[in-house]
Design a protein around this ligand. Structure first.
Ligand SMILES: *Cc1c(COP(=O)(O)O)cnc(C)c1O
Length: 361
């Protein structure tokens, strides 16, 4: 039996190869490598997908978060609230904007930032609240809006997720087009999405040396633009995203059935259109042993994430200790991400289920 990969980027590429090659030829012919026509077209198309007014392409997801924070006025003296269980970039962006991360524990079911625990973290210095749509599941932004400070969504794992006919719920959202995301480029890329003309204008200034007009610089900015070649890839893949997300939902439902009777395995709570299954994360006791045995049986898995933000050496300055965020800490020892990608076959999923059954024994 052949190994089951964790993700299969080659399978995704095969579906868009013709369009991508034709698009690359078009760009090579014009040599408009930065801010070419495809970037503008992609921004329009991605804004449409999110049911938002504006999309501003940037260099990567971490920059998208930082620039969105800066556009909101977050800087030295501000605090930004985010979950303890997220990819480190969410916290990194806060520090890079000159502000202080304030961490909140997650809820035990969805492993998303817990609104009930957020109230205590909100204060006069709060510049933004950043729920993370972790694993592709929408974090319920409406629960955070009432606290007052602007909500910036970390939507790096949730491209295409919708609820009540929209994909944008806070003041602004940041996403990443890192190759393995649901909508992945062939290198780095990211975007900021908002309905606000003012916030969009600020991010546009920040991404391109503080300039709207060439060689006229209103503010000190950054160089964080989306390459035209990446926009070509993203446009080709964007047309398939809804279908791919539906295939991920089908695969998630199949895992639910296949794994339902496994003792000691906790499955992720089911969901509808508000979940695009970037990752299918189960919880198992003795996770590292189980993952090791799965690997021996040819099933590649991941852990998202093994160390919560507050226990990372990089964030020692926040002064946290083990025990501060018990739900995130307990989850970090048990979570296991199974192979998940749109093209995963029933046969591959049967192989995963079979290997997992053997690995638990
Ligand atoms: C991938 C990711 C990011 C960062 O994106 P990059 O493009 O790698 O900078 C931020 N937050 C979350 C939750 C992510 O998964």
């Amino acid at each position: 039996m052949t190994d089951v990969p964790f993700v299969d980027l080659a399978a995704a590429h095969a579906e868009v190869e013709r369009q991508v090659r034709a698009g690359f030829d078009r760009v090579l012919a014009t040599t408009a490598f930065v801010n070419g026509e495809d970037v503008e077209s992609f921004e329009r198309e991605y804004a449409h997908l999110c049911h938002a007014e504006h999309c501003v392409g940037v260099g990567n997801g971490t920059d998208a978060l930082e620039l969105a924070m800066r556009a909101l006025g977050v800087g030295p003296g501000s605090e930004v609230i985010l979950p303890a269980n997220t990819f480190v970039a969410t916290a990194e962006a806060v520090v890079r904007a000159g502000a202080m991360p304030v961490l909140v524990d997650v809820d035990d079911q969805r492993l998303l930032m817990d609104p009930a625990r957020t109230a205590d973290a909100v204060g006069r210095a709060t510049g933004a609240i950043v729920p993370v749509h972790l694993y592709g599941r929408l974090a319920g932004v409406e629960d955070f809006l009432d606290f007052g400070p602007p909500v910036l969504e970390d939507a790096a794992q949730s491209q295409g997720a919708e609820r009540d006919g929209t994909g944008l719920f806070g003041a602004i959202a940041a996403t990443s087009f890192y190759p393995g995301k649901n909508l992945g480029a062939y290198g780095d890329g990211g975007a900021v999405v908002t309905d606000s003309d003012e916030l969009a204008r600020k991010v546009r200034l920040l991404r391109d040396h503080g300039s709207e007009r060439k060689y006229h610089h209103e503010i000190v900015g950054f160089n964080s633009r989306l390459d035209t070649l990446q926009a070509v890839v993203l446009r080709a893949k964007l047309r398939r995203l809804a279908g791919w997300n539906e295939q991920r939902r089908t695969a998630a439902a199949r895992y639910h059935e296949l794994l339902a009777d496994l003792p000691d395995v906790v499955l992720p709570p089911p969901a509808g259109e508000d979940h695009v299954w970037h990752l299918y994360v189960i919880r198992v006791p003795r996770r590292d042993e189980v993952a090791g045995r799965l690997g021996e049986l040819g099933v590649r898995t991941g852990v998202h994430y093994p160390v919560p933000v507050h226990l990372q050496p990089a964030f020692r300055h926040l002064g946290h200790a083990p025990g501060d965020f018990p739900v995130a800490e307990a989850a970090a020892g048990e979570i296991l991400s199974l192979p998940m990608f749109p093209q995963i076959t029933e046969e591959q999923q049967l192989q995963v289920a079979d290997a997992l059954r053997k690995s638990l024994g």
